[in-house]
Design a binder for this molecule. Structure first.
Ligand code: CTP
Ligand code: CA
Length: 228
């Protein structure tokens, strides 16, 4: 794919990237969380800056330095991420949801620390469902906006990926095969990127930057021509 002489094919574009893993509070000191280092989302933000985009990076619980040139919005929970992403998405050309968003949160937040001595048996934690940000982005999409999701699957990777892409109403879904040590916290990643138009792009194992560049190639090809 042609990226132009200066490589800045995203100049004049605003992109939103989410990264990291949300934390859902049980009490003031405990949470339910998702495993995500944020490395893939940060690679997406860095590469988009390098390609000329204005980048908003919504980062949940990430221990990484802010990428130079990106506007970082730190969030904690899925609901905080939802608000930040939807607000930034209103004026964005593309939104890439690389974050691991917790599907559930504790239904009843305990305002005081739960003490182990209070009862012999610990009380079960009831869960409530979080809003699906990616599905909401698909429903609220502005004309010409490109929406990208990520999915980590363990079985029937491609079939699950196709079904998820359709369910979410995204343009692209980056599907990783995960096993114990295959993705999390590693600098490299292998994936297949499924397109709503039926496209299928394999990305062999390599740096998360390489996968990020492929994602931006696919996004750039789907953006409406830049307004002069
Ligand atoms: N996602 C989201 N909001 C949620 C859950 C997930 O925006 N509440 C996004 C993730 O950021 C990712 C995509 O949806 O880009 C797919 O996440 P995944 O967990 O694979 O999909 P789910 O629909 O939650 O399905 P499941 O976990 O049951 O496989
Ligand atoms: Ca999920």
């Amino acid at each position: 794919l042609a990226r132009g002489a200066d490589g800045r094919d995203l100049a004049g574009r605003h992109v939103v990237v989410s990264a990291g893993g949300t934390r859902e509070a049980i009490d003031p000191v405990r949470f339910i969380g998702n495993r995500s280092s944020g490395l893939q989302g940060y690679a997406l933000a860095r590469t988009a800056v390098a390609r000329g985009a204005r980048v908003t990076l919504v980062a949940a619980n990430v221990a990484l330095p802010d990428p130079a040139g990106a506007h970082v919005v730190p969030v904690g929970s899925a609901e905080e991420m939802r608000k930040a992403v939807l607000e930034a998405a209103g004026a964005a050309d593309a939104v890439v949801m690389a974050a691991a968003v917790a599907d559930f949160r504790p239904a009843d937040y305990q305002g005081s620390k739960i003490k182990k001595a209070e009862s012999a048996e610990p009380a079960p934690i009831r869960l409530a469902k979080n809003a699906d940000i990616l599905a909401e982005l698909g429903q609220r999409r502005t004309p010409g906006q490109v929406i990208v999701g990520f999915a980590a699957e363990t079985d029937d990777v491609l079939a699950n990926g196709r079904a998820k892409l359709a369910r979410k109403g995204s343009d692209l879904l980056v599907v990783n095969q995960v096993g114990e040590d295959l993705t999390f916290g590693r600098p490299d990643n292998a994936a297949v990127v499924l397109g709503a138009d039926g496209s299928h792009t394999e990305v062999s194992r390599g740096a998360k930057e390489a996968l990020a560049e492929t994602v931006w190639d696919l996004v750039a090809a789907r953006l409406a021509p830049a307004s002069p």
